[in-house]
Ligand binder design. Structure first.
Ligand SMILES: Cc1cc2nc3c(=O)[nH]c(=O)nc-3n(C[C@H](O)[C@H](O)[C@H](O)COP(=O)(O)OP(=O)(O)OC[C@H]3O[C@@H](n4cnc5c(N)ncnc54)[C@H](O)[C@@H]3O)c2cc1C
Length: 429
């Protein structure tokens, strides 16, 4: 690896890095090196299970036939869960619109890797990059052990655990707990027929389900369930700033979630195939490093804080990463045409991001995490909704109107809390 000079070096073979590499190698004919620390691209990637497909329409129009799609999402559920009751909003559509699909990120990243390598990018695995080589205030390459590789421009796509940026002094030394959550995930094998029966799905139809309350012991975060072809993935995401309030280790949470009466019957007879854990950014654009580009470098994907996490819903991650990789490639191509990769020339990346859905969405929801980190949403409101419906549906000879039932069910919440939280949610989400 050492000794050779490349046009572009990409740190990290995830959705962001591989998209940038494929675009540069195929469209610009650039000599691109992608460096991945895992055994192979995809081996270190963890996620819940759903990819929004809009970016693929533009990047790989043939993806519907080619990509490792598990199921097309046709049902969405949101559940407020307590120990012994649960209330679910269930959305279904008869239209199969190919808007999002469930997938194993490992398989999806392997597919992106094939695309990048077929375009001519060189991908090396099992090489952890230690730091960037910075000369005269300009990034000129990367250092991995005793090896040094040089490139005109470096694209940093190392994910949320951005040690390369930190060690190179381009991001604060430690991720603060307010901007990240810890996710744990399990894959449970069930037959296709069992999944279709238990989740009321037809062939190739998928379900995306998020659950708040009991799974995180009523702390900010939530649980998820996605249906794959012959397995379901389930997991928990917990805002790290509330980790200290947790009375059990996080891996016990997933165990308790699996044993909850609602989940237990859905996974009955299933076989645990896989367990993984990973950090994920939750503060959106507030988790961005101080600069998204500078002399000789660009930052993409999770490393740049490009993930939209709305309390219990991940509204964009892989799609944001891929789009930022595509825009980084476009910026490098434009800078190449001008013959320099200084901060000023690479600032086109900032403008492309501003015009894209990536920064538009992240800026729209800039304050969402400040509202969604409110513990009442995951505790008092979850209990209130379940109490309200329990009392409303209970017929025991006592006349009950909705208004008085609401007042009886609100527990610790005051009417001021209800009004204030409703306004803050409507204004920020
Ligand atoms: C529990 C959980 C659930 C999620 N659910 C969803 C979901 O349902 N839908 C969705 O769209 N998104 C989801 N996400 C987010 C999604 O996984 C990320 O947004 C996406 O993977 C980001 O892509 P990336 O390329 O920026 O980073 P990553 O996918 O993290 O890839 C970074 C790559 O860089 C490599 N790397 C890191 N450091 C180095 C180094 N020093 N040297 C060399 N290589 C290095 C890593 O090994 C990795 O392969 C979830 C995340 C978690 C944790």
């Amino acid at each position: 690896m050492g000794g050779t000079k490349f046009d572009v070096i990409v740190v990290g073979a995830g959705p962001a890095g591989l998209t940038a590499a494929q675009q540069l190698a195929s469209r610009g004919g650039f000599k691109v090196l992608v460096i991945e620390r895992g055994k192979k691209p995809g081996s270190k990637n963890v996620f819940g299970g759903r990819i929004y497909a809009h970016v693929l329409d533009r990047l790989y129009p043939e993806y519907v036939k080619e990509a490792p799609v598990e199921r097309w999402v046709r049902r969405e559920r949101i559940t407020m869960m307590t120990e012994d009751s649960w209330t679910t909003v269930d959305f279904e559509t008869t239209k199969v619109e190919h808007k999002s699909f469930t997938a194993y990120l490992t398989n999806f990243v392997e597919w992106l890797d094939k695309k990048a390598e077929a375009a001519g990018a060189v991908v090396v695995s099992e090489v952890p990059v230690d730091s960037l080589i910075i000369k005269d205030g300009r990034v000129v390459g990367v250092r991995a052990g005793n090896d040094e590789v040089y490139g005109d421009v470096t694209i940093i796509a190392e994910g949320i655990n951005r040690l390369v940026l930190e060690r190179s002094g381009l991001a604060p030394p430690k991720l603060s707990p307010e901007i990240v959550a810890l996710g744990v995930k399990e894959v449970i094998k069930l037959s296709k027929e069992e999944i279709n029966d238990r989740f009321n799905l037809d062939e190739d139809e998928g379900l995306a389900w998020v659950i708040a309350g009991f799974p995180t012991h009523y702390l900010p975060g939530g649980a998820f369930i996605y249906t794959n072809k012959e397995a379901i993935t389930l997991g928990i995401v917990l805002y790290l700033s509330y980790g200290y309030q947790l009375d059990v280790p996080i891996h016990d949470l997933i165990e308790e979630f699996r044993l909850h009466p609602m989940v237990k019957r859905l996974i009955k007879g299933g076989q645990l195939l896989e367990y993984s854990a990973h950090l994920t950014p939750v503060a959106g654009i507030n988790a961005a490093p101080p600069k998204l580009y500078g002399n000789g470098y660009l930052v993409t994907g999770d490393a740049a804080g490009f993930l939209l996490h709305l309390g219990i819903l991940i509204r964009g991650g892989v799609d944001f990463a891929m789009e930022s990789g595509r825009l980084a490639a476009e910026a490098v191509t434009k800078a190449h045409d001008l013959g320099k990769y200084d901060e000023d020339t690479l600032s086109v990346y900032g403008r492309l991001l501003e015009d894209s859905f990536v920064l538009k969405e992240l800026k729209t929801f800039r304050n969402a995490h400040k509202v969604l980190i409110e513990p009442r949403l995951y505790s008092d409101y979850v209990r209130m909704i379940n109490n309200l419906l329990r009392r409303y549906f209970e017929v025991d000879g006592t006349p009950r109107k909705l208004g008085s039932t609401l007042l009886e069910s609100k527990g610790n919440l005051t009417l001021i809390d209800l009004a204030r939280d409703a306004i803050r949610l409507v204004m920020n989400l």
